[in-house]
Design a binder for this molecule. Structure first.
Ligand code: FCB
Length: 474
């Protein structure tokens, strides 16, 4: 018996179903760099990161983790980890200049090479079409608050299906449209940095429409065996107390944070309470006849990104915060409170029960829809020590508790098919620039040297065993 066999037969281990998909996740703007190479045109994140005061330290994705040039090395790292799947995103402005017109062959070539490299390494590619890098020219023409942007997106989806449809088995239309709509257009903390509640609601609807049209465009080209999906960052909500007022605060945030996407996509409707809560902002007349049939075009699975839970209570925000509230229609009725417990370098609470609560809620609300955890992970203040190691026991402990929660949800009858760790590499963490490290592989941005952290070794062992040890590591 090898050491692995002994561990595998350990009855205290939490064994995952056979065929469970073990992945890592990244996003184009956060790792690729090569911002002006091979015909790539600017995205809203290029513009936003160049706008003084928007991104920590004035950091940009110009070079990022230089993945565009180091892709084979990064795929080799994944092969050593033993991942079965890799979730990456495609940079729209790299494959269609300014978001319109013919495909850019050199841009497509990069993704063709990536997919070939993955397949040769025995890793299934999982492609996300939109991880926030809207071509700047489409934003200048009105961006996501305009319906036209959704049409452009469907056209781009068709281009990608033509280019990669024979080799990419899993497609995700959008990543976290909540962040893109409400942080991008609601409070302006993300690109393009606009702050208008009306625009954020219009953007949310146009994301749903873009998703539905893209699903149709993909299905026209893809083989029947392909999986088409959507990734949401659903909020795991908890009331501060069980009072009716605090429960109503949960209801409001659930409407504008979760059901604003779940209902159009899975039930073909806009929630009535959301329409009531936002009546002072809009009459929703931007939703046209037939739109909800498009948004609810059937999909094959739902991706969930989870980092920490959200605690809410009735009442107004207490202290004026530097940015406006992103919560259209809820800002004067809901207070957000810090969840107790240890925190990551993002100051996000570590609370794996929230992931269990979210997954089992979806088991009940969306029966028959397979789930994937498409992002989960944590940032800590990592550094390479004098012996060249990156000792990150807090990340191992975070991953251990969250994988245990996924396992618990599966035991409770939730159909979770896979887990994608965020992130493979340290990268450009949006408004935080390079100050937050989420990777299980450390990147020294000056030399671009990659050093797998101890958490990478730990994850490789989890994958090899298809199990998490029953005891807490770390
Ligand atoms: C998610 C994003 C991802 C990454 C993590 C930490 O909201 O999808 O790009 O930044 O947060």
């Amino acid at each position: 018996m090898t050491a692995l066999d002994i561990l595998a037969s350990d009855t205290t281990g939490l064994r995952f179903p056979s065929g469970f998909r073990w992945g890592t996740a990244t996003a184009a703007y956060q790792i690729e760099g090569a911002a002006t190479e091979d015909g790539r045109t600017p995205s809203i994140w290029d513009t936003f990161s160049r706008t003084p005061g928007k991104v920590h330290n004035g950091d940009t994705g110009d070079i990022a983790a230089d993945h565009y040039h180091r892709m084979p090395e990064d795929v080799a790292l994944m092969r050593r980890l033993g991942v079965t799947d890799y979730r990456f995103s495609i940079a729209w402005p790299r494959v269609q200049q300014n978001g319109r017109g013919p495909a850019v062959e050199k841009g497509l070539d990069f993704y063709r090479r990536l997919v070939d490299e993955l397949l040769n390494a025995g890793i299934r590619p999982v492609a996300t079409l939109y991880h926030w890098d809207l071509p700047q020219e489409l934003e200048s023409a009105g961006g996501w608050p305009q319906r036209e942007t959704a049409q452009r997106f469907a056209e781009y989806a068709g281009i990608m299906a033509d280019a990669l449809g024979d080799r990419v088995g899993t497609w995700t239309t959008l990543n976290e449209p909540w962040c893109a709509a409400f942080l991008g257009y609601g409070n302006g903390v993300h690109a393009p940095g606009r702050a208008s509640h009306l625009d954020s609601l219009r953007a949310a609807h146009h994301f749903n429409l873009a998703h539905g049209w893209a699903v149709r465009a993909l299905r026209e080209v893809l083989p029947d065996t392909s999986e088409v999906s959507l990734t949401l960052n659903l909020h795991a909500l908890r009331p501060l107390t069980p009072s009716a007022d605090d429960l109503d605060a949960v209801r409001r945030i659930d409407a504008v944070g979760n059901r604003i996407f779940l209902d159009p996509v899975f039930h073909g409707r806009i929630p009535d309470d959301l329409i009531r809560d936002t009546a002072a902002i809009t009459d929703w007349s931007f939703v046209r006849d037939g739109d909800l049939a498009v948004t609810s075009t059937p999909i094959d699975s739902l991706g969930i990104n989870y980092y920490s839970p959200t605690v809410v209570a009735a009442g107004e925000r207490e202290s004026p915060s530097p940015s406006p509230s992103p919560w259209a229609g809820a800002e004067r009725h809901v207070r957000f409170l810090p969840a107790p417990g240890p925190r990551t370098a993002m100051d996000w609470p570590v609370d794996a029960d929230g992931l269990y609560e979210l997954l089992t809620r979806l088991r009940d609300d969306l029966p028959g829809v397979p789930l994937l955890v498409t992002e989960n992970g944590a940032a800590y203040h990592d550094y390479t020590n004098p012996s060249g190691r990156v000792h990150d026991p807090e990340r191992v402990s975070y991953l251990h508790s969250h994988l245990s929660a996924v396992h618990r949800a599966i035991e409770a009858g939730t159909d979770v098919r896979g887990y994608f760790l965020w992130s493979l590499l340290d990268n450009f963490e949006w408004a935080y620039g390079y100050s937050k490290r989420f990777g299980i592989v450390h990147v020294d941005f000056a030399s671009q040297r990659r050093t797998p952290k101890e958490s990478a070794d730990w994850y490789a062992q989890v994958i090899a065993l298809n199990a998490v040890e029953g005891r807490q590591e770390g």
